[in-house]
Ligand binder design. Structure first.
Ligand code: RP5
Length: 170
């Protein structure tokens, strides 16, 4: 499956290029990103969602990363559970920033995925966020903060969100 959305094309260099690529280890991980996608919309960041398991579909994964990198994608978010090698493999395939979201999909409740994702060898970083939906939401916020460095519209949206949190939003 793939979902591509560029909610505010004015924020993208090219209209059809998703700035954030979200890769899932399985379609069973989809509920984890449910609350992440509206946040990306709020920040004006177009995204692409693809299921591509590092273990089951390595060739598909490589194709997607290489194609989207060439097209100009700026940040990758990789969401996976169990022996979660997906974020690390994505970081091995691209020099762009990679954010890893651990999923609680096995009997170890996501601690397995958390440790798999966070313990990257030196030189191949993955920015690891919290397990599950909270982590996925923070992946959207972190991607926005990264892209805000060079995009005043994204910066304004990030600050607007922070003001909402300060007023008691969540
Ligand atoms: C991981 O294994 C996936 O990211 C998922 O969290 C977990 C279970 O996958 P399914 O068996 O539900 O496809 O690779």
């Amino acid at each position: 499956m793939a979902e591509s959305k560029t909610t505010d094309p004015g924020h993208s260099k090219k209209k059809s290029v998703p700035r954030v690529v979200i890769l899932l280890g399985s379609s069973s991980d989809l509920p984890v990103i449910e609350k992440m996608l509206p946040l990306l919309d709020r920040f004006g960041l177009g995204y692409l969602v693809e299921v591509a398991s590092a273990h089951r579909q390595p060739e598909k994964l490589k194709r997607i990363v290489k194609k989207t990198e060439k097209d100009g994608a700026e940040v990758y978010v990789a969401v996976a559970g169990m022996a979660a090698h997906l974020p690390g493999v994505v970081a091995s395939l691209t020099g762009r920033p990679v954010i890893g979201v651990p999923v609680a999909s096995g009997p170890l409740a996501g601690v397995d995925a958390l440790l798999s994702i966070v313990q990257m060898p030196p030189g191949v970083p993955v920015a690891t966020v919290a397990i599950g939906s909270a982590g996925a939401r923070n992946a959207a916020c972190l991607a926005a903060r990264m892209l805000a460095l060079k995009d005043p519209k994204v910066e304004a949206a990030v600050q607007d969100y922070r003001r909402e949190l300060a007023r008691g939003g969540r």
